[in-house]
Design a protein around this ligand. Structure first.
Ligand code: HEC
Length: 256
């Protein structure tokens, strides 16, 4: 019995630890206080489908997802071929093609202040979902920057605020704060929406969540398959457990 208790404790610890690591993964120290935490839900197919639409419409012109094919995404997320071709595939690409961008790396570097947009399927795995969420949530007006915006998560970023028509434009308010050694530095206080976009704050958060959700799927498509197989295995075990229980009862009934 003691061993069983220990095993249950170990399993609980393991699952809560991996859960915590995943939800908190990446991101800078305390930006979540201002923009919240992203909730990844790979079982939410509607969110993944919306994310795929936003990604191909708003991101794929600069960022590739070189390890994925449109066809695979369509079949994983249950998007019919004609819908995929009509709404998600641009620039003369074919259904079976990889999700690459037409832009050459050197050109991209020239256009974007020397930084080429990273491949988002691999990059999301590196920086984690919370970081991508914070990046897309914290663009603010800064006239000293070439694209007129700066970013709290990635200071002096070379990426323009491509979702500005949805979120609108916000101003960042800062104050001076002294650290433990009495040295003053600029600290972020809050955002103020200066020019509203087409979406409310909650709607915009949902759009960003859908995009990040899709990027998490894209960074490891096998995760969806694993989750499905895992559910099947658990169902089988539960079903087999019931059978085993009645079998045991049946075998032992003459002994007692
Ligand atoms: C107009 C081109 C362009 C578009 C469109 C674009 N990006 Fe970017 N993105 C960039 C560039 C350039 C960088 C490199 C920025 C840097 O390092 O300062 C970048 C960097 C990033 C990063 C990496 C941040 C980091 O931690 O290094 C993420 C994540 C990202 N983009 C997400 C997105 C998403 C999601 C979309 C679609 C909603 C998108 N981008 C659309 C140009 C673009």
């Amino acid at each position: 019995m003691k061993i069983l208790n220990k095993l249950i404790l170990l399993l609980t610890l393991f699952f809560s630890a991996t859960g915590i690591a995943w939800s908190a993964g990446g991101g800078s120290s305390d930006l979540d206080k201002h923009v919240g935490k992203v909730h990844i839900q790979l079982s939410n197919n509607a969110s993944l489908q919306r994310g795929a639409k936003y990604f191909t419409n708003y991101c794929l012109s600069c960022h590739s997802a070189e390890h994925s094919r449109y066809k695979r995404v369509a079949s994983d997320l249950g998007i019919p071929e004609d819908k995929m071709i009509e709404n998600l595939i641009f620039t003369g690409k074919k259904f079976g093609d990889l999700m690459t961008v037409a832009m050459k790396r050197e050109d991209a570097q020239k256009w974007f202040l020397g930084v080429a947009p990273p491949d988002l399927s691999t990059h999301t795995r590196v920086i984690g979902p919370q970081a991508v969420y914070e990046f897309l949530m914290t663009f603010y007006i800064d006239d000293s920057r070439p694209f007129g915006v700066n970013n709290l998560y990635l200071n002096n970023t070379a990426m323009p605020h491509v979702l500005a028509d949805l979120q609108g434009l916000q101003r960042g308010e800062f104050h001076m704060e002294a650290d433990a050694n009495g040295i003053e530095h600029k600290e972020f206080s809050q955002f103020e929406l200066i020019q509203p976009g087409s979406l409310s704050e909650d709607e915009y958060k949902q759009v960003v969540t859908d995009i990040v959700n899709f990027l998490v799927y894209l960074s490891e498509p096998a995760r969806l398959v694993r989750a499905k197989v895992g559910t099947g295995v658990l169902l089988f075990l539960a079903f087999f457990g019931v059978i085993a229980y009645f079998l045991k009862k049946n075998y032992w009934q003459d002994v007692h």
